[in-house]
Design a protein around this ligand. Structure first.
Ligand code: XMP
Length: 329
């Protein structure tokens, strides 16, 4: 029958016979649910012939690197190389304001780091890795026709495929996509069987270009990224404390490149404005802005202005998708 335990056993068999006993496999972990579950599954099948990389591009949330590395290493025992590429990314992004350009640069930098990782591995192993794991889901793969024999119909909304910015085309790696027949809720079930911590499986989606699409304009301006990380952390923590995290599809803060006048203590300030965004959604294609209670918003706004230097005004985004997108860039 079709149970997640069977799916898991079947996938492990397929991966073992595909990869054989000699070949090596690489995987880029984003910190998200899909790549983590895919890597954990492959690791179960072939052990430490899997080699994962996690890139800190300097555009991650507060303590994100430490948090995901702890899950990868302590909870999941995944073999992960953590690369701190903050300087590389931020120096390429310096002065860049156009949202599409920002995304392109991030994609390109990511590829160059991944390339270097594969080359290093080749030197170390004395052979090229042959396979690449990707956490592609069913809705990412299917345009109009489900694969024959998959038992799927195509009544679900199709989501356009975002990955971490594309991967090197000349690397000639064969793909392993163990989740490609699954929907998100099934990936979570699979993750549970694989002992991926429940809190991790419930994480909100986070875009590949990271905080670059949440600091409007030049991400290297002043300490925008740091300010945003602090604001975001207060907002998310407050949402968790209020027990609202699981009913929200995505919540985050946005750093606006404008200043407004305020008064703090008996000082006139000329500081930054941050926006809070929270939406509910089924698949990210459409979304409704989330109604918080006024008391909650009041508390969050006070906390932010009292504890984050450089912010004297908090606004809330009250647009749905459409007409807005979920992210601001
Ligand atoms: P938008 O802003 O287009 O976002 O309404 C829809 C969903 O996609 C996420 N998103 C991305 N995810 N790479 C990603 O991995 C990207 O470049 C990207 N852009 C948007 C967004 O966070 C939301 O969940």
């Amino acid at each position: 029958g079709w149970s997640m335990e069977n799916v898991l056993d079947e996938e492990i068999k397929v991966i073992k016979s595909t990869v054989g006993t000699e070949d090596h496999v690489i995987c880029a972990l984003s910190g998200g649910v899909d790549s983590t579950v895919a890597a954990t599954l492959v690791h179960k099948a072939i052990g430490d012939r899997l080699h994962c990389i996690f890139v800190d591009n300097g555009l991650l949330r507060y303590k994100e690197r430490e948090r995901v590395m702890e899950t990868f290493e302590r909870d999941l025992h995944l073999p992960v190389t953590c690369v701190d590429a903050t300087d590389q990314f931020l120096s390429e992004l310096k002065g860049v304001v156009d949202p599409e350009k920002k995304r392109k640069i991030i994609g390109k930098e990511f590829i160059s780091i991944f390339d270097a990782f594969a080359n290093d591995l080749e030197k170390k192993l004395g052979r090229k890795p042959s396979y690449l794991v990707q956490g592609t889901l069913y809705p990412d793969v299917i345009e109009s026709c489900p694969p024959p024999g998959s038992g799927r119909t195509h009544s679900h909304t199709i989501k356009s495929h975002h990955n971490v910015g594309g991967l090197p085309k000349d690397m000639k790696l064969k793909l392993i996509e163990p989740l490609k027949l699954l929907f998100k809720d099934e990936v979570r079930q699979l993750g549970r069987i694989l002992d991926v911590p429940q809190g991790f499986l419930k994480r909100h989606p986070f875009p590949g270009p990271g905080l670059a699409v949440r600091v409007l304009g030049d991400v290297t301006t002043g300490n925008a990224l740091d300010v945003l990380r602090q604001v975001d952390e207060i907002f998310i923590q407050s949402i968790k404390d209020a027990g609202l995290y699981d009913e929200i599809w995505q919540a985050f803060a946005v750093f606006l490149p404008v200043r407004s006048v305020g008064v703090q203590g008996d000082q006139r300030t000329h500081s930054h404005v941050v926006a809070l965004r929270a939406v509910t959604s089924q698949d990210g294609m459409t979304a409704d802005w989330y109604y918080f209670e006024h008391k909650f918003l009041d508390d969050v706004s006070r906390k932010i202005c009292n504890s984050v230097r450089g912010v004297n005004r908090v606004v809330q985004d009250i647009t749905s998708k459409p007409p807005s997108t979920i992210e601001w860039e």
